[in-house]
Design a protein around this ligand. Structure first.
Ligand SMILES: [Zn+2]
Length: 278
């Protein structure tokens, strides 16, 4: 079975992106697994600090590793981790990758914290992703672009990747966490290309809910290899459950099943887009 690093190499070669989908329970997990199986593509399960507190980090890792034992190329990422301590905990729980998010700190502090996590992950076959540039912190539908959003400078990105030794880099390039009602700012494709050339490591696109298919295709073309989707899944789940509850149904596996179906539709369409399938 290929490792996540090897699958990212595969994506690089095929010029596709691996989908990263956030879940917080076994229903989300089921939706992602069934979609990935149907399309026979690798996939990443994401759990943020809040999501992993809910499902349990160890439980989430166990779910993913069991599915992987059944020959499904599925991986788990500790999404946005705001402290070195929690990142180390995730590494101890044997996730496949961990994202240290210190974008609200100074450049120096961000480098120091990220480097500490890179050191801790060494030799454990766990990838570390670093971030530079603020893209907001919400996974909701928003009225406007959050305050403080700034795009990543390619020279800073190069400096950051060199100093920290991260395996993956997440830039701010017009992507926003959450979805903006008025339509998100467009992805800055030229900036992605410049950053990719500057850093030389695979790039990760966060906050891709709400971006058009054309933008996503162009971003993959210039070097995005992992794409995060969360908000669209949450909306689909909620709408599905609401539908499921309308009949007065009380069996959880029946009213939740509609939520799973709705999430699965989102995952399927995103995976097709990311993997260049029809
Ligand atoms: Zn993110």
């Amino acid at each position: 079975m290929k490792s996540l690093r090897e699958w990212i190499g595969w994506a690089e070669e095929k010029k596709v992106a691996i989908g990263h989908f956030n879940i917080s329970d076994s229903e989300g997990f089921k939706a992602v697994v069934e979609a990935a199986k149907a399309l026979e593509v690798p996939v990443i399960i994401g759990v943020s600090e809040g999501e992993r507190d809910f499902i349990g980090l160890e439980s989430a890792v166990a779910l993913v590793k069991t599915a992987r034992g059944n020959n499904l190329p599925i991986f788990i990422t500790a999404d946005h981790t705001y402290s070195v301590e929690k990142a180390k905990k995730a590494i101890d729980a044997r996730v496949d990758s961990v994202i240290l998010d210190a974008v609200d700190k100074s450049f120096e502090e961000n480098v120091r914290m990220t480097k500490e996590v890179v050191e801790y992950a060494k030799g454990k076959n766990i990838l570390v992703e670093g971030e530079l540039g603020f893209i907001g912190q919400s996974s909701k539908v928003l009225d406007a672009v959050p305050k403080g959003v700034s795009q990543t400078n390619p020279d800073d990105a190069k400096e950051f990747v060199n100093q920290t030794g991260v395996d993956l880099f997440a830039p701010s390039v017009g992507n926003i966490h959450g979805m903006i009602k008025t339509g998100e700012p467009k992805l800055n494709i030229e900036k992605i290309r410049e950053i990719k050339e500057a850093v030389g490591v695979p790039l990760v696109l966060h906050g891709a809910s709400g971006n058009s298919d054309e933008e996503i295709r162009a971003a993959i073309d210039v070097g995005i290899r992992i794409i995060h989707i969360n908000t669209e899944l949450r909306l689909a789940y909620k709408e599905g459950i609401e539908e499921g509850l309308k009949s007065g149904e009380i069996a959880p596996y029946k009213f939740l099943a509609e939520g799973v179906e709705e999430m699965k539709k989102v995952v399927l369409s995103k995976l097709k887009l990311f993997n260049n399938a029809r």
